[in-house]
Design a binder for this molecule. Structure first.
Ligand code: NDP
Ligand code: MG
Length: 382
């Protein structure tokens, strides 16, 4: 029996994780956490019987306690609650399916007590990778990638020494606006940006895919997970999303992982690694597919990717500014307060104004986040 805790259980990755639990009786959910979705959480508790659940909002936690008065479960709230769930003694694996930098402290706390991490929450690695990767090594804790590209790289690396990697080829669908010019992106609406061609995901990452900031975050994520510098990570636009990423070795051999787009595969692979379990679903039919294609990313129409390269090269706290500015700008875009192109513009403004701190501590990372939020709100409301 493998015991798991899930942060962000009501979201896109969280609910797909629970689908895998449903199909595999040797997985047991011991702890769950979400933001404010009380109704969904109540249903999850009644189905999966965790021992502890957390809601970010105290109000939601109160309501959940009332609804679950007939169930023997502890309900906690806020950051303290998230931390308690992250280190919950009965769990072996923590699935980090929460969205944003809020995941930093719980992820670190879980590593410190030796939990394996199934990592979807890329923002945590982007901003605190320099702390998390050495910490995981020190505690002998595996960080198992859930992000589809990183899972593909992980699967392609299986059994090969990392010293033999020549390049990582990180594939990107290009999102809903692939092929458009910057001018054509000026007036795109929130509804258009939320229509991803291949994947159904949470709102934040769907917008990140439309701006290609998601790919920028993923280059940073790959750098930390696989210890490969940016110059050896190439983004390859591949609109069909069948090749989920590739590794090129020193002899020129390229190993890739292919499959229909379905996040359940990388989630399940992380949960059972190194085992492979059966997974129902569509299979790739190469005759139906006919062809798969490749393009260079358009850094002019999608400056979010170029800004990521700049943030990686400068290092220190600049990736935190890149990420925090994006989180704030995406929230403002979803609220209809700024236009689509302003997302990358605000990231750039924040990066230009920031004084880089080398090797920032968790405290400093969170201070930089607060500075960035404040700066962006001033910029937007002036
Ligand atoms: P969703 O928006 O669908 O879900 C986010 C989850 O986090 C929800 O359960 C939400 O709860 C919870 N949450 C949000 N804020 C808090 C908080 N402060 N405290 C506790 N819980 C909180 O996101 P996704 O599932 O799409 O993405 C999750 C992560 O996985 C992101 O980092 C994303 O980049 C990454 N990822 C996602 C992929 C996908 O296919 N969706 C693919 C690859 C990576 P509530 O419902 O109550 O708001
Ligand atoms: Mg991805």
């Amino acid at each position: 029996m493998k015991k798991i805790a899930v942060l962000g259980s009501t979201g896109s990755i969280g609910t797909q994780t629970l689908e895998i639990v449903r199909a595999n009786p040797d997985l047991r959910v011991v702890a769950l956490a979400a933001g404010s979705s009380v109704e969904k959480m109540e249903a999850q508790v009644r189905e999966f019987h965790p021992l502890i659940v957390g809601m970010w909002s105290e109000e939601a936690a109160k309501e959940l306690r009332l609804r679950l008065a007939d169930v023997d479960v502890r309900v906690v709230s806020g950051m303290e609650g998230l931390l308690e769930i992250a280190v919950f003694p009965q769990s072996e694996v923590l699935v980090t399916a929460i969205v944003g930098m809020i995941g930093i402290r719980p992820t670190i706390a879980a590593i410190e007590v030796g939990k394996a991490i199934a990592l979807a929450n890329k923002e945590t690695l982007v901003t605190a990778g320099h702390l998390i990767i050495p910490l995981a090594k020190k505690h002998g804790v595996p960080i198992l990638p859930v992000d589809s590209e990183h899972s593909a790289i992980f699967q392609s690396l299986n059994g090969e020494p990392s010293g033999k990697i020549s390049r990582i080829l990180l594939t990107a669908s290009g999102g809903p606006f692939r092929g458009r010019t910057r001018k054509e992106l000026q007036n795109v609406r929130v509804e258009d940006a939320l229509k991803h061609p291949n994947w159904s995901m949470g709102k934040k990452i769907t917008i990140d895919s439309a701006t290609m900031v998601n790919k920028g975050l993923e280059v940073m994520e790959a750098k930390w997970l696989f210890g490969v510098e940016r110059s050896r990570i190439q983004v390859v636009v591949h609109p069909q999303s069948i090749i989920h990423s590739m590794v090129e070795y020193v002899d020129g051999a390229i190993i890739a992982q292919l499959g229909v787009p379905d996040m359940k595969l990388p989630i399940q692979y992380a949960l059972f690694y190194p085992d492979r379990r059966p997974l129902a679903g569509k299979r790739v039919d190469f005759f139906e597919l006919g062809q798969i294609t490749f393009e260079k990313p358009d850094l002019e129409a999608f400056p979010g990717l170029a800004l990521a390269y700049r943030a990686i090269d400068a290092g220190g706290s600049l990736p935190t500014v890149y990420n925090a500015a994006n989180e704030r700008a995406v929230a403002l875009f979803l609220e209809g307060k700024i236009g689509f192109l302003q997302i990358a513009e605000l990231i750039e403004t924040a990066m230009n104004l920031h004084q880089v701190i080398e090797e920032p501590s968790v405290e400093e990372i969170l201070q930089v986040e607060a500075w960035t939020d404040e700066m962006i709100d001033k910029e937007v409301h002036q």
